[in-house]
Design a binder for this molecule. Structure first.
Ligand code: R1P
Ligand code: MN
Ligand code: MN
Length: 410
């Protein structure tokens, strides 16, 4: 039986990217800085003490972090014998965003430049705004700026509810984000506006990676919360990913859990499981692993690390979430059968101690568990695409154009 389980801890970088300076991220290290804050007693909300990740440690995470940066995350050490294969990977895609990271992991790096809305205020071209307003029959719009998605709700949520004008905002990523109240504006209406924005961005050749629907609920500032009905409208990957190849070449099954299907623009996905929050995403992953048959990939994106903690610069929250994932990891390891491959990785960094609220350019951990890989170091992987190439190799698919396989063929 051939089964691969890929668990992406969204934004869980381990520092050390060679090109970090180019992105203003020299020294950024998501794991390293969380561990440091924990060790210094500065991440004590809802948890306490040094960062404890014994199970990820046994798979080799802490050694991977050492190899990535040349130092151990403060207060962390590997306990007992290592049972996994571990390494760290550099990104060759030009962006440090979610689609770039995920597509590169699937063997398709993004070597072209995305379009960005770089102006922090009046961010969107007037012509584009006019077209969206007119086609969607909107009373206008709010925002039109760079912002953190939670801060902007406190600033403009009330005015939005009173006026029915959607909140348009962006970030350092290639995104057009639309926040609307789920009840007063309506979820279907929000999705409809997003479809129109997607279409206008495509027609105008803006080269924008994603339009993101950001529904929220609540009555007033301080009480507004975003819901699990977020929906990303991504463009399609520029070449067949390893998930698409598994479906096309082997009639395989690719199960998306969480945001995965959206990130790959639904291409190469045969089943979608929706789950909101770390616990539900973990539960759904276990359930799908239990049911997985031959030629199956179960692919989960744990978005909360990024959206609830990384972008929010919430160090304690990020640490507690990592510790939660680690505590539950043995349940997943117990489901791994001979021949299976479990891959735990990330798509970029989002150092919660870093300036601003954007992603950080970092190495990602490449943690692999299963008998098709030798226990020990996989070393420096020059591209995230080594993961995609390895998965293609494992399933005997046609090779990807990028990446080197780390699979040990019997
Ligand atoms: O601040 P929020 O809305 O979470 O947005 C973040 O999430 C977006 C998509 O990952 C990023 O572009 C960043 O802007
Ligand atoms: Mn991401
Ligand atoms: Mn993000």
């Amino acid at each position: 039986m051939k089964r691969v389980f890929i668990m992406i801890l969204d934004s869980f970088g381990i520092g050390g990217a060679e090109d970090a300076k180019k992105y203003g991220d020299e020294g950024a290290n998501t794991l390293g800085h969380i561990a440091e804050a924990c060790a210094l007693g500065k991440a004590e909300q809802g948890r306490t003490g040094p960062l404890k990740l014994p199970n990820l440690g046994k798979l080799g995470l802490i050694e991977a972090a050492y190899e990535s940066t040349g130092y151990y995350p403060k207060g962390m050490q590997t306990e007992g014998e290592i049972i996994g294969s571990y390494g760290y990977a550099s990104e060759i895609s030009s962006g440090k965003d979610t689609p770039s990271g995920h597509w590169e992991i699937a063997g398709v790096p993004v070597l072209f430049d995305w379009g960005y809305f770089t102006n922090t205020t009046n961010s969107f071209p007037q012509d584009l705004l006019d077209k969206i307003v007119s086609r969607a029959k909107l009373p206008g719009y709010l925002g039109n700026c760079h912002s953190s998605g939670t801060v902007i709700l406190d600033e403009l949520g009330e005015e939005h509810m009173a006026s029915n004008k959607p909140i348009f905002y962006t970030s350092a990523d290639s995104v057009f984000q639309i926040a609307c109240h789920e009840e007063t504006f309506g979820l279907d209406r929000l999705y409809e506006v997003c479809e129109i924005a997607r279409d206008e961005l495509n027609k105008g050749n803006y080269n924008i990676g994603r339009v993101i629907a950001r529904p929220f609920v609540g009555k007033k500032p301080g009480e507004f919360v975003r819901t699990g009905n977020r929906h990303d409208l991504a463009v399609e990957p520029p070449a067949p990913t390893m998930i698409k190849k598994l479906v096309d070449e082997k009639h395989g099954t690719v199960v998306s859990i969480g945001k995965i299907a959206d990130i790959y623009a639904q291409v190469g996905i045969t089943k979608k499981v929706k789950a909101t929050g770390l616990e539900a995403l973990f539960d759904a992953s276990l359930e799908e692993i239990k049911q997985a048959k031959d030629n199956t990939i179960v692919f989960t994106n744990f978005v909360d690390f990024d959206s609830s903690y990384g972008h929010r610069r919430d160090v304690s929250g990020y640490a507690a979430a990592l510790e939660y994932f680690d505590r539950r990891l043995p349940e997943m390891l117990a489901l791994i059968e001979p021949g299976d491959l479990l891959i735990i990785s990330a798509d970029h960094g989002c150092d919660p101690t870093w300036a601003g609220t954007d992603h950080t350019r970092e190495h990602i951990p490449v943690i692999v568990y299963g008998d098709s890989v030798p226990v020990g170091s996989l070393g420096h992987r020059e591209t995230f695409a080594d993961i995609g190439q390895s998965v293609a190799d494992y399933f005997d698919l046609s090779p990807m154009d990028y990446g080197k396989s780390f699979i040990k063929k019997k």
